[in-house]
Design a protein around this ligand. Sequence first.
Ligand SMILES: [Zn+2]
Length: 89
Amino acid sequence: MTVRLLFGRPLPGTLGETRRVVHVFEVPPVDAVPERLTAFCGLSFGHGELEQLDRPTGMPCESCLRRTPTPDPELTAGSPGSATKGRQE
Ligand SMILES: [Zn+2]
């Protein structure tokens, strides 16, 4: 089963520039039009609060990346994986 993913970031002016990271959302069923979309990191956005992106661009939300079921190689490239954790000697 493939989970379709959607990328979006808060519109300019809704949050500080540094918090305008790209969140990852699961695409809702076509017959459902939710009031709000909830990102994998738990943040939710209503209509008019989100700039939808065709593809991941800019700074990604790290919390979303960790929870994304099928990570996009393009998104995870460059960010440290869990394999490097716990080795701080
Ligand atoms: Zn997020």
